[in-house]
Design a protein. Structure first.
Length: 241
């Protein structure tokens, strides 16, 4: 899906946007993917309807067969895959990947269902400019199979988190979260679907903060505007409480 634009190719400004939205430069996003790309689609749809002042400048994957690449190409967005097997190390792969990413001059790199760990050598020069969406309420249930982990732990609440990427697996400072109940009779499939439905608005709402240049990673944590009150919590009306 393409971006709704005004004359000159700039994204349309949504009703109720800040007064400076018409002159502010749209946030340039590079998106890393490994799978279907449902979060990528949520980003593209938000841009198209004028709900996110951003442009996706490139989509990158470690899997040539990832359906997300086709989503990007159908939207007219440059998309490419690199195979980790073609490189002697994780660091070498990430050096090549981020060389391609950097060529698109992104303001922010979004890991949206990207399943590879990123080498510390690639993260360090981009600290504060890479975020990830993870299907759990971090710091709980890092890594894979988070819904299985949540069910095994017997928690009453589960959800998703958007966090800054650091060399620690799913260990970077958390920016925002969305919560869902764990219901009697839930299995991995039903719980996963419930979380995914909240991932999409969570990611878009968080990117809207970045588009407003409201998020800063400091040595003592995440700052949103003038406040250090994180992680933000997404309410049922898809706004941060």
């Amino acid at each position: 899906m393409g971006t709704r634009t005004r004359e000159g190719g700039r994204p349309a400004v949504p009703a109720g946007a800040p007064a400076d939205a018409a002159t502010r430069t749209p946030l340039r996003l590079a998106v890393l993917v490994s799978g279907r790309g449902s979060n990528l689609q949520a980003i593209l749809e938000a841009i198209a309807r004028g709900a996110l002042e951003a442009v996706v400048v490139g989509v990158f994957s470690d899997r040539a067969s990832a359906p997300a690449l086709q989503r990007a190409r159908e939207a007219g967005i440059p998309a490419q895959a690199l195979s980790p097997r073609d490189f002697v190390s994780r660091a070498a792969f990430d050096a090549a990947l981020f060389a391609a990413v950097d060529a698109t001059q992104p303001d922010l790199v979004v890991c949206a269902g990207y399943m590879r760990l990123i080498d510390a050598s690639a993260i360090a020069p981009r600290t504060g400019r890479i975020i990830n969406i993870h299907p759990s309420l971090l710091p709980a249930f890092k890594g894979l199979h988070t819904h299985r982990q949540a069910l095994a732990a017997g928690v009453a609440e589960h959800g998703a988190s958007v966090h800054f990427v650091t060399p620690e697996l799913d260990g970077g400072p958390v920016i925002a979260q969305a919560r869902v109940p764990v219901l009697p009779g839930d299995d991995e499939e039903t719980l996963s679907a419930r979380v995914l439905a909240r991932e999409h608005p969570l990611l878009v709402a968080t990117l809207r903060l970045f588009a407003g240049r409201a998020v800063t990673l400091r040595e003592d944590g995440v700052q949103i505007g003038d406040e250090r009150a994180v992680p933000l919590q997404l309410s049922c009306n898809n706004a941060f409480a």
